[in-house]
Design a protein around this ligand. Structure first.
Ligand SMILES: Nc1ncnc2c1ncn2[C@@H]1O[C@H](COP(=O)(O)OP(=O)(O)OP(=O)(O)O)[C@@H](O)[C@H]1O
Ligand SMILES: [Mg+2]
Length: 203
């Protein structure tokens, strides 16, 4: 079957295969082979499992088509712009509020995304989330807070002119919908202090 390479990240190659996306986590030669096989397998299975769960709650994410439990996932192709590119347009406040609301849905279903960047969201009819290879199931305030903190860092580095407004809108929407948001946001403050502390120590 003809496959066109459409993206290559650090971990995976993405191919267009008819109307689907094939995500292949390729071998990393610098890793010990046994460890590499383990990591690629666990991320592939994890992503497949989370996509299946998301379909049951009607969360906007690509539908899983198949996975080989080792290194390949086939999923529905989403049409639209990456949020990374769309966020410069007008309307970024509404987009960020939608992002916050959707993170609340994930967290209320005990799903931590693990890599909340604007390259992992696609604006189609609504905002879809992708790239669940680092996701896991947890109800801990700490895990939710770190998830939000990663979004903040991603906004700060890629959208430095508007990131503060963006994060504020996302958090406000999150607060409204997320269970135990008070505890999570308190934890977020602690995570951020810790981050600053680490940065100071490292400098
Ligand atoms: N279902 C999809 N529909 C349309 N485009 C997609 C889809 N999945 C991925 N893409 C495109 O491919 C890019 C890379 O995909 P993805 O984020 O899943 O991989 P990655 O960042 O390399 O993976 P990982 O972090 O798991 O190693 C995305 O930023 C997006 O542009
Ligand atoms: Mg990605």
């Amino acid at each position: 079957m003809y496959k066109k390479l459409i993206a290559q990240g650090a971990e995976a190659k993405l191919f267009l295969e008819e109307d689907n996306i094939l995500k292949n986590r390729f071998r990393k030669t610098y890793r010990l082979q046994e460890l590499d096989n383990k990591l690629r397998g666990s991320r592939t299975r994890r992503e497949a499992k989370v996509l299946e769960k998301l379909a049951t709650i009607n969360f906007p994410a690509p539908k899983l088509i198949r996975d080989d439990e080792r290194e390949n996932i086939a999923m529905e192709k989403l049409n639209g712009k990456l949020i990374k590119d769309a966020l410069n347009d007008s309307g970024y406040k509404n987009m960020c509020a939608e992002i916050g609301k959707k993170i609340a849905i994930l967290h209320n279903n005990s799903i931590i995304h693990g890599d909340l960047t604007t390259s992992n969201m696609i604006l189609s009819k609504e905002i879809y989330f992708i790239d669940f290879g680092l996701s896991f199931f947890s109800d801990k305030a700490e895990d939710k807070a770190v998830d939000l903190h990663l979004l903040k860092e991603a906004l700060e580095s890629k959208h430095y002119r508007i990131w503060e407004e963006c994060f504020k809108c996302a958090l406000e929407a999150y607060k409204k919908d997320a269970d135990n948001s008070h505890e999570t946001l308190k934890r977020l403050e602690a995570v951020e202090k810790r981050g600053r502390y680490r940065a100071k120590k490292g400098s």
